[in-house]
Write a protein that binds this ligand. Structure first.
Ligand code: FAD
Length: 341
């Protein structure tokens, strides 16, 4: 008899766990509050005077260092859902005299990084296509019935029962959801801290005359800027994504979007000489990158059969989130094997 599993959150971590569990024959169902695939690998779409445009406004690119993730990268690349990105990079610092730009020399031995194609969320879309994912379903509670668990949704509906429940949410959201059913897991999630991030998306009717496509920035409000249109398959319209630093985003978390655009696009203009954008929008990620991680790839409440996975377990990166889901699935396979012996 197979154990049934529900995964709450169909981001890269939830999909990683679901894929590995399903491969070992476990029936797995995923629920995500989002209207469509993405999580923090989302894509923002907008109608602009230059046509419909898309920006990767969350995760910018990702690495593939572990062999497990590399094999997924190859399969997704063959399916057209991702490609390598080879940006020219710069490091920009604010000094007393103004901004100094250090363009990094091109280096063939630099680690290859990847992006979804034609936009970041294609990765999540492709992984979700093979799983049973229910979008637009926000879980608000979990209750026990005997040893099994029932999920309760925002609209009052219920699903279940399930033998195992996996929380694949950002730490703060996991802490809130698990507080009653598993205080220990909730406490651990409550100790991780995730920084917010203000993102600004820009479009221009002419190329910005800089030789680089991505820059790490320090000394001001921004921490990262990328020429979104330099990524493969993004089309010809010059588009950029700006990310504010965690400190600036924390301090200005309540600022109106228009004020955020003025400040961040203003700093961008100072650095690049860009003219006025044809289109600008801002997005606030309340939970962007964890800055105090739990330092183990997953959490497990053995009595309740509830797990926590996600990037906040081991590091603020797509690959870390993937590995978290995979490590948990391997652990659960071992536990199930021992039960059967
Ligand atoms: P998520 O992607 O957040 O998935 C959680 C899912 O749970 C979401 O889909 C959400 O809709 C759903 N959910 C939440 N609450 C509920 C609920 N109550 N019920 C049902 N569903 C729910 N990483 C990199 O490797 N490189 C980068 O360049 C990079 N840049 C980043 C820039 C920004 C601005 C941000 C925000 C993140 C960035 N990251 C980057 C981090 C990376 O995006 C994350 O580490 C990774 O995507 C986390 O995956 P996850 O599955 O753990 O969480």
């Amino acid at each position: 008899i197979h154990m049934t599993t529900a995964v709450i959150g169909a981001g890269i971590a939830g999909l990683s766990a679901a894929r590995a569990l399903a491969a070992s024959g476990e029936p797995v169902t995923l629920f995500d509050k989002g209207r469509g695939p993405g999580g923090r690998m989302s894509t923002r779409r907008a109608e602009t005077p230059l046509g419909e445009l898309r920006w990767d406004h969350g995760a910018q690119f990702f690495t593939a260092r572990s062999s497990g993730f590399q094999s997924v990268i190859v399969a997704l690349r063959d399916a057209g859902a991702l490609a390598a990105w080879h940006p020219g990079l710069a490091d920009i610092r604010r000094r007393a005299a103004g901004w100094t730009v250090g363009v990094r020399p091109s280096d063939p031995s630099r680690e290859t990084v990847f992006v979804g194609t034609p936009s970041m969320n294609a990765v999540i879309k492709a992984l979700a296509a093979d799983q049973h994912v229910h979008w637009g379903r926000r879980v608000t509670g979990i209750t026990m019935t005997g040893r099994q668990k029932v999920l309760i949704f925002e609209d009052g509906s219920q699903e279940g029962p399930y033998d195992t429940v996996v929380s694949a949410l950002p730490a703060e959201q996991a802490a809130a959801l698990l507080q009653e059913i598993s205080p220990e897991l909730a406490l651990e999630a409550g100790q991780a801290v995730t920084a917010p991030c203000w993102a600004v998306m820009l479009a221009y009717d002419a190329a910005i005359p800089v030789s680089w496509d991505g820059a790490n920035v320090s000394g001001g409000a921004l921490s990262w800027m990328a020429r979104n249109s330099s990524k493969p398959g993004r089309g010809d319209v010059e588009s950029w994504v700006l990310h504010a630093s965690p400190d600036w985003s924390r301090e200005h978390v309540g600022l109106p979007p228009d004020a955020v655009i003025d400040i961040l696009a203003g700093e961008f203009r100072e650095m690049t000489g860009a003219g006025a954008p044809v289109f600008a929008a801002a997005h606030r990620w309340l939970y962007a990158k964890v800055d105090r991680a739990a330092r183990s790839p997953f959490g497990w409440d053995d009595a309740k059969r509830i797990a926590t996975i996600g990037d906040w377990r081991s590091g603020p990166r797509v690959e870390a989130a993937w590995n978290s889901g995979e490590s948990f699935a391997a652990f659960l396979a071992d536990v199930s094997e021992q039960l059967e012996m």
